[in-house]
Design a protein. Structure first.
Length: 76
């Protein structure tokens, strides 16, 4: 079994910034020339998360609204 480790570096703007990493992951996969396998994606940081969802404007707005209701930015 072949094991490949690679990294994608990115920055966020904070405050519920949501990024689409799909193209970055696909680009990394293409460089490996592998035909079958599993991709494991992880993140360093205590306030960051990874999820899978349809990256479309309505959903992104809804997610930001949910985050704001759960963890209000201006609450002390």
């Amino acid at each position: 079994m072949k094991l490949i480790t690679d990294y994608i570096n990115f920055s966020t703007k904070g405050n519920t910034d949501i990024l689409d990493l799909t193209d970055d992951v696909v680009s990394k996969l293409r460089t490996t020339k592998l035909k079958n396998g599993i991709v494991n994606i992880s993140v360093l940081g205590s306030t960051c998360a990874i999820t899978t969802c349809e990256y479309e404007s309505g959903l992104i707005k809804d997610l930001k609204d949910v985050f704001e209701k759960l963890i209000p930015r201006n609450k002390g």
